[in-house]
Design a protein around this ligand. Structure first.
Ligand SMILES: [Zn+2]
Length: 487
């Protein structure tokens, strides 16, 4: 090889090295912007951004205003930043009545309904005793049955234990009674259920949600499940009579995805998109903790929304070959509803989305560690995308990466709890960035003051660096053959 060409190729190598180690607009990701944006989005004025409320819509308007300031182009419906969709909701109507021995119980305070069913029944209660020692030979067909809850081997060492507890108890003890023909199941709260009562009742009271076509649009259960406090045990076990007139309300109202794009520079590749994904909704106003009832959702998930805006500033300053598509999803907390909707009704051709870089909670825990999900089998759906993300970590923040939470055996099932999932199910290469759980998760303490902004900046840089690689790669990342999730 002639020296001249050798020199050229050396220069080529140097410039390639420089490009992979630092994308050109890395400096556009600034801690000051992240902090300012996050304090605004997680502000009390948005009242916890509960899905389907005006608070979520107000926060969505705020995000669209920021998109416009940054210079993103609208990529939602009808030339706007928005894609509205309906939430279907089922909840217990206020006129519902639960009474024991003719005495009306105050709904949610004295009696909670953990499984909805339109019901109008009145009859004697068959008391089965404690769940651990209940008599399984009693004929419960056509009967209202009651039993005292008991944990027995249920794993409570997970997030949202109070909410899961009632479901676990039902699975462990209640379903068999329903299968044997019981027409209503009453659980008497044990100590664990008493401890979690307020939190669990708050969730039941809100009911359930779905989008058109989903399994929970209508309530499918016909047997109501009730919870009563421990002090009702004597009454219930002594020939009590239950009257239950339970009415389910079924109605729809809007949530919204916020969508913007920064067009790529390459004539052909700009028709392909790297999708950055977050969610704007949080948990609204709920039971107060330390006198505060706003569930701000600062880490979950304002942290990701502001990190994506920081990336958008960088892509705006120096666009890549492919286009950047930003989708901030609505109603994630109600069952990944915004991402399920968008992935089924994308505003760009589905096959033009080359990768989904989703984040959920990226501003807490140890400053030097983070997690990437969608890396280990069976969650990995694109080895090429995984490599780009891992290389981006090596080039930049050098986080020590968690290896446990992406395992199918991890009790949290973290991979299944955020907005990349519907895209991954469609075979689109997808990843989830997270700094994982903390005790303030889904409480008023998940607020802007508790975010580690230096760490958030590093996470934002990592997501930007990954997207930059994907957006400039000669070939889009391939989907691994045979990808199949465990559930
Ligand atoms: Zn979240």
């Amino acid at each position: 090889m002639k020296p001249f060409f050798l020199l050229l190729s050396l220069i080529g190598m140097i410039s390639v090295t420089a490009q992979t180690s630092a994308p050109p607009a890395l400096n556009a990701i600034r801690q000051g912007d992240l902090k300012k944006d996050l304090y605004e989005l997680a502000d009390a004025k948005f009242r916890g951004r509960s899905a389907g409320t005006l608070d979520e819509l107000n926060a969505s308007m705020w995000l669209a205003d920021r998109f416009r300031e940054i210079g993103l182009k609208p990529a939602g419906d009808n030339g706007t930043f928005f894609q509205f969709f309906n939430l279907w909701r089922n909840r217990i109507a206020d006129q519902s009545l639960i009474a024991v021995n003719g005495k009306k119980l105050e709904l949610w305070k004295e009696a909670a309904i953990s499984q909805m069913a339109n019901t109008n029944i009145e009859g004697p209660v068959v008391y089965l005793g404690n769940a651990l020692s209940m008599n399984t030979s009693i004929d419960v067909k056509g009967k209202i049955v009651a039993l005292e809850a008991a944990p027995d081997g249920i794993n409570m060492n997970v997030s949202l234990p109070t909410w899961r507890y009632t479901r676990n108890i039902m699975t462990k003890y209640g379903n068999a009674l329903v299968n044997r023909g019981a027409i209503a199941v009453i659980f008497i709260a044990d100590a664990t259920a008493e401890k979690g009562w307020a939190d669990a009742a708050e969730n039941f009271k809100r009911g359930n949600y779905d989008i058109e076509g989903g399994p929970n649009v209508w309530v499918n259960t016909t047997v109501p499940v009730l919870w009563l406090h421990a002090d009702m045990k004597n009454t219930i076990s002594s020939n009590a009579v239950l009257k239950a007139n339970i009415v389910i309300e079924h109605f729809a109202y809007p949530s919204v995805n916020i969508i913007g794009k920064i067009e790529g520079t390459d004539q052909d590749l700009s028709k392909e998109y790297v999708l950055y994904s977050g969610h704007q909704d949080a948990h609204g106003i709920r039971n107060p903790i330390n006198g505060d009832s706003i569930y701000y959702g600062a880490d979950d998930n304002a942290s990701v929304d502001v990190a994506i805006m920081a990336s958008a500033r960088a892509f705006k300053l120096k666009p890549a070959k492919r286009s950047m598509l930003v989708v901030i999803h609505g109603a994630e907390e109600r069952g990944l509803l915004g991402s399920r909707w968008y992935s089924a009704h994308p505003t760009v051709p589905a096959n033009s989305i080359v990768a989904v870089l989703n984040g959920d909670m990226i501003g807490r825990n140890h400053p030097d560690s983070a997690a990437l999900l969608g890396v280990q089998s069976p969650h990995r759906n694109s080895s090429e995308l995984v490599k780009m993300a891992l290389d981006a970590n090596t080039d930049g923040p050098k986080f020590k990466l968690d290896t446990l939470w992406d395992k199918p055996t991890h009790p949290e099932g973290w991979y299944f709890r955020s907005d990349h999932l519907p895209y991954a199910r469609l075979g689109i290469p997808s990843l989830m960035y997270s700094t994982l759980l903390h005790p303030d998760y889904h409480t008023p303490l998940d607020n802007a003051a508790n975010i580690d902004y230096a760490k958030l900046k590093k996470m934002a840089e990592w997501m930007y660096r990954t997207g930059w690689k994907v957006a400039n790669a000669t070939k889009r990342p391939a989907t691994d053959p045979g990808f199949k999730l465990e559930r």
